[in-house]
Write a protein of this length. Structure first.
Length: 132
């Protein structure tokens, strides 16, 4: 395990060389500033582990990104993913459609294609794609 907080758990799959982020139910209610701090921490973990792929399991909980947070993510976090050379990002959908839309709107279409971002509704499909 690389990191664990009340909001998430991050582990590295050494065999397939990707990070798995599992958001916990408490993430739904996390303060905005803590969400930003978590994403900045995640970028640091990506740099230090040298992985080029990650899987985000947001099925149990996820911070709903309001438009100003989506904009911050697009201008602050995504360029760092690009600089690190991230090749694939898999997201597992939560059941709540509002959260799904929040996740999908996190990446604009062009950047989603560049970073090879895909959205799934089950772990098996996400793992199969991220390790392909």
């Amino acid at each position: 395990m690389l990191d664990e907080t009340p909001y998430w758990r991050i582990v590295k799959n050494n065999a397939e060389n990707f990070l798995r982020v599992t958001w916990k139910p408490a993430a739904c209610d996390m303060p905005e500033q803590e969400f930003k701090e978590h994403l900045n921490c995640f970028v640091d973990l990506l740099r230090s582990t040298h992985v080029k792929k990650f899987l985000v399991d947001a099925s149990a909980g996820h911070f709903i990104m309001l438009p100003h947070i989506q904009e911050w993510h697009d201008h602050t976090i995504v360029p760092q993913y690009e600089k690190i050379g991230i090749k694939r990002i898999a997201f597992i959908y939560p059941d709540d459609i509002v959260k799904v839309m929040s996740l999908e709107q996190t990446f604009d279409e062009q950047r989603a294609r560049q970073l090879h971002t895909r959205f799934f509704n089950d772990m098996k499909s996400a793992e199969s794609w991220i390790t392909d």
